[in-house]
Design a protein. Sequence first.
Length: 251
Amino acid sequence: MLKKIVVGNWKMNPLSAKEAEKLFTGVAKEISTIKKIEIVICPPVLYLEKLKKLSKKMILGAQNVFHEEVGAFTGEISPGMLYTAGARYVILGHSERRSMGENNLDVNKKIKASLSAGLRPVLCVGENMRDEEHAYFNLVKTQLSECLEGIKKTSILKIVIAYEPVWAISTTIDRKDATPADCQEMAIFIRKVLSDKFGSDAASVRIIYGGSVNEKDASEFLKNGAIDGLLAGRASLDVKKFIEIIKTCEA
């Protein structure tokens, strides 16, 4: 049985390697007794080499990757480079990347390249808004179907699905709070879509929640959201708050 998982997405923070080291070691000092969950930190890529030397308790991840391994692709970073730098997970399909123009086909290529390099993708899916006709289910189904097109059944357990309702994240204008019931509804639906596509193995795929989760609501989402962990953004930049989320998941 796969462990529950907490992923911290630092996004474009902090400003310096010194601050990144302080944040990373601050978390590492507080998790010596944590055994039941995986803790993944996804910092800006230039901090990976430094941070991988500081703690074996936490796993490193990246926030994006390119789908080619080598070549004339200015500014891009390949899956192999990330793996060599210390990353073992990579967040793909994040709503902030999608808002920059990334589509399901792009994400599909990145998932395949990441798996080939030994990286475990954290695939983000989620609707921009909820409508009374429930069309958002079709949107999420399309994201899953297209992003996972051509993925072998033997590889599906290497992928984590992060449900990220865009309408609930902190940067969305007029955002609304998602509830554990919202999360549970979608988690059950996601598992059904995966089951239809990959068969019984999909029952063990880890589904996590990532809509502006914080230390105050983590417990309710974990108890009642039908999920296997959490994807924290802003809260992962605060040692105290992130540790609370980790310990809640452990409990």
